[in-house]
Design a protein around this ligand. Sequence first.
Ligand code: CP
Length: 316
Amino acid sequence: MGLHPQLNRNGELQHLLTTEGLPASILQHILDTAESFTGVTERDVKKIPLLRGKSVFNLFFEPSTRTRTTFEIAAKRLSADVINLNMAVSSQTKGETLLDTVDNLSAMHADMFIVRHNQSGAAHLIARHVRPEIHVINAGDGWHAHPTQALLDMFTIRRYKQDFRALRVAIIGDILHSRVARSQIHALTTLGVPEIRVIAPKTLLPAKVERLGVHVYHNMSQGLKEVDVLMMLRLQNERMKSAHLPGTEEYFKYYGLTPEKLALARPDAIVMHPGPMNRGVEIDSEVADGTQSVILSQVNFGIAVRMAVMSILAGN
Ligand code: CP
């Protein structure tokens, strides 16, 4: 595998590890395929046979509600056999290495691994290790990437706003520790969004974040002006090694999205959040449950987007 280990020799998707460097044609193909799957979820019989006979292994070494569950639903809707490993009681607790676990599951004829891990690069490591007929999907690795989250976010934006090339998008909160933000920025850039803003205190921004092509703001009153899409992030306390903030009350005062702060954006702006949300920290309940919130649509669209990714991989 070369520079882009997720593409095969024909430039097709072999694994999905990151949105960085993925061509717009592949992103659009995933979104278009997902569009064709949204109808399946509204049928009485919510199944199509595209992955019949295939075995999909969910390997989640970190907690998850939305990603793990929607991958399982998506794989079942494609008629795959789904195996959810409970990593807390797996032989990893007895010292088995990640790659030994993967080798043993491959010997059980795995066709696809969905991997979430707290170490950046874990999914890449597995993708480089497995036989060429096995596909790997990164379901979130450390601070690095969460490509299917970014893709379902792009799908949601396209549904509500149609044209990426006419948008001003703001990503707000703990950018520093966020794999979601990194994947969102790469996808938004590739799809042609002309203005991407990040709004956060200095302590929650990566060094030289401007190099990603984003505009940096440290206060909401300037950063939210004329914004079409607000992408909120939680404080990822589990990834913080030291205190980055005076406290959550202080954070909410300056960066928490309240109805008053939302009124600074365009009147038809949408509010997104990948979850899990911390109400009263980065977002007020009135906004989270309000008319401009599309947060639960994101979760719903996640099923069709993950069906699209799995079916495209299985076909390559
Ligand atoms: N957005 C997201 O990754 O949520 P989960 O951690 O619940 O999967």
